[in-house]
Design a binder for this molecule. Structure first.
Ligand code: ZN
Ligand code: ZN
Length: 134
């Protein structure tokens, strides 16, 4: 069964023909706003393995510095994915359906987490970037 995901209103759907990898949660102030939550939660996809199934025309894009950006549903506002140079780079885990067989491996930028967030025990966390970026 391929991994699928969709926005809150169900107007936009996608499929990943492969595995999600390198799931991270970033607690920085920018990710809090981009993901409307205490942190981002996203996993990488292989470029050729991602495809939109429905509602691609309903996507809005916000492209920030260096060509990295976000795509979200125009109707309900769910942040579906991150993009780099208009290619889907990561999917936000909140929009993935069911069990995608992956866990968040690293919590990054916990040094700038929100004052109101209480971090769970036992997580792998870093003050900022993890020691080696891949
Ligand atoms: Zn939607
Ligand atoms: Zn961040």
């Amino acid at each position: 069964m391929p991994i699928t995901g969709e926005c809150f209103c169900g107007s936009v759907k996608y499929q990943v023909d492969g595995k999600l990898r390198d799931a991270k949660s970033c607690h920085c102030s920018r990710c809090r706003k981009a993901f409307n939550a205490q942190a981002s939660a996203a996993a990488f996809v292989e470029p050729g393995e991602f495809k939109w199934l429905l509602g691609e025309e309903l996507l809005s894009s916000y492209i920030g510095e260096h060509g990295y950006g976000l795509q979200f549903c125009k109707i309900c506002g769910s942040t579906l994915c991150t993009v780099y140079k208009s290619e889907v780079l990561q999917v936000s885990l909140g929009c993935v359906n069911g069990d995608p067989d992956i866990e968040i491996g690293q919590h990054i930028f916990v040094g700038s987490k929100a004052s109101w967030e209480v971090l769970p025990e036992g997580i792998t966390q870093f003050e900022a970037w993890p020691p080696e970026k891949t």
